[in-house]
Design a protein around this ligand. Structure first.
Ligand code: KIV
Length: 264
């Protein structure tokens, strides 16, 4: 599973045979330049979901319910989830939270909308968690993550994202569940993995902070930077556009035109 936030990033993910494409609310930061995910609005998420849905032909698409759009009540969550399906044109929703969100997950899944749960480090709650901190590092903490996993499974989630939990804990939790776990910063014992596409493809300037768990598989930013630099230099040096980039005209028409415009 990988994130996508627009038509081209979804297109490439789908072409590269990703099983699932997530329109994560991380797009607040990586696509919209916001400070954190709490700022992004439902309508903004819906616009990005629509563009991803248009490009995704084979992968299963999931949209992240943004902070404030589902925590008030299961009814509020279902209304938002319905908008994601009808207006966002994606196939499932993701929401953050464990035991506390079980009634909400049940409400949405009973209405026929698949839910991907998200436990462990839940970035929308970073202020309550004291920042982006690894979860389940103590036995008691790990037991809480397991209870969350069992609760979201019981509530009907089709899978669960486990973020920033020690690898051994995520492996044990995976073995205790019958639904798949999708790890991010939780080791390779999960059933699958998810990464933010902008992070793993290196579409950011050098020096940007990356969480420890991210592996950079490419350098899209540098590739793009070099292409734009060459374009700038070729335009200024009048090497671009070359004759092969222009449209031909017959000599007779050109002569008539130059006569009509008094050009010699
Ligand atoms: O917002 C996001 O992109 C996510 C994934 C990284 C799990 O929640």
């Amino acid at each position: 599973m990988i994130t996508a936030h627009d038509f081209p990033s979804a297109h490439v993910a789908d072409a590269a045979a990703m099983d699932m494409v997530l329109v994560g609310d991380s797009l607040a930061m990586v696509a919209l330049g916001m400070e954190d995910t709490s700022e992004v609005l439902v309508d903004e998420m819906l616009m990005h979901c629509r563009s991803v849905a248009r490009a995704t032909k084979a992968a299963f698409t999931i949209g992240d319910l943004p902070m404030g759009s589902y925590e008030v009540s299961p009814e509020q969550a279902l209304q938002t989830a319905i908008r994601f399906i009808k207006e966002g044109r994606i196939q499932a929703v993701k929401l953050e939270g464990g035991k506390d969100m079980a009634p909400t997950i049940e409400k949405i899944t009973k209405a026929g909308i698949p839910v991907l749960a998200h436990i462990g480090l839940t970035p929308q709650r970073q202020n309550a968690l004291g920042g982006f901190r690894v979860q389940g590092k103590t036995s008691a903490g790990a037991l809480r993550v397991l209870e969350d996993a069992l609760a979201v499974q019981e509530a009907g989630s089709f899978a669960v994202v486990i973020e920033a939990v020690p690898a051994e804990v995520a492996s044990i939790i995976t073995r205790k569940l019958f639904i798949p776990t999708i790890g991010i910063g939780s080791g390779n014992g999960c059933s699958g993995q998810v990464l933010v596409q902008v992070d793993m493809s290196g579409y950011f300037p050098p020096g940007r902070f990356l969480p420890k768990f991210v592996k950079k598989y490419g350098d899209v930013w540098m590739e793009s930077y070099r292409a734009i630099e060459s374009y700038r230099d070729e335009v200024k040096g009048r090497h671009y556009p070359a004759p092969e980039h222009t449209y031909p005209m017959s000599e007779a028409e050109l002569e008539a035109f130059t006569k009509a415009t008094d050009e010699k």
